[in-house]
Design a protein around this ligand. Structure first.
Ligand SMILES: [Zn+2]
Length: 194
């Protein structure tokens, strides 16, 4: 049995796309790709502090990165982006993969809840499925997978996001850690039956 090396994958949106090396995503007061690195690094630090080995997936097509995650025992996958200003009022956004059923929805709601508390602006949790824009960010994953867009690239919430980024990362890492522990406990009886 292959030894598991990583727990969490953060797929860094807009970096390392073989066919679009210059894609940096939405441009507002900040450039999306740069903002993604800022928060992914904060989140990775907080996750590792809790003993969760984290990998930043920053090269390859989105499909290749997801297939890598599938073959390396990744337990939870986040596609990291920021929101452009196209839909005012959407604020923090986490899309849960409908294929994961109620569990993914529950997990997304927990993450959204602590994010709202840390950042002081509303989050929305959206069902995400085949045919939705950007679904290729998580389409090929086989573990609980989420598209994360914690802030806009411009506007008032961007400043709140940067002001509270470390606290946000701590809260999200705490939730991810407890969800993964819970998942292990839930799985135990099944493993014993086999
Ligand atoms: Zn993006």
């Amino acid at each position: 049995m292959e030894r598991k090396k990583y727990d969490v994958a953060l797929m860094i949106g807009h970096w390392g796309k073989p066919d679009h090396p210059a894609d940096r995503g939405a441009i507002g007061e900040i450039v999306e790709a740069y903002g993604i690195v800022d928060y992914a690094l904060a989140l990775a630090k907080s996750l590792e502090k809790r003993g969760l080995a984290t990998v930043l997936l920053s090269y390859g097509t989105y499909r290749e990165r997801q297939e890598w995650a599938n073959s390396h025992g990744i337990r939870i996958f986040f596609a990291c982006h920021l929101n452009s200003a196209e839909k005012p009022g959407r604020y923090g956004l986490i899309r849960w993969d409908a294929r994961g059923g109620e569990r993914n929805k529950r997990w997304a709601e927990r993450i959204a809840q602590v994010s709202e508390e840390a950042l002081q602006y509303p989050w929305q949790v959206w069902r995400y499925e085949e045919g939705d824009r950007g679904f290729s960010n998580i389409r090929w994953t086989k573990m609980p997978a989420f598209l994360l867009e914690p802030a806009f690239v411009s506007g008032e919430t961007l400043y709140l996001f940067y002001a509270h980024m470390n606290e946000w990362a701590e809260r999200v890492a705490e939730v991810v850690s407890s969800l993964l522990n819970l998942q292990l406990r839930e799985k135990e009886p099944k493993i014993e039956m086999e």
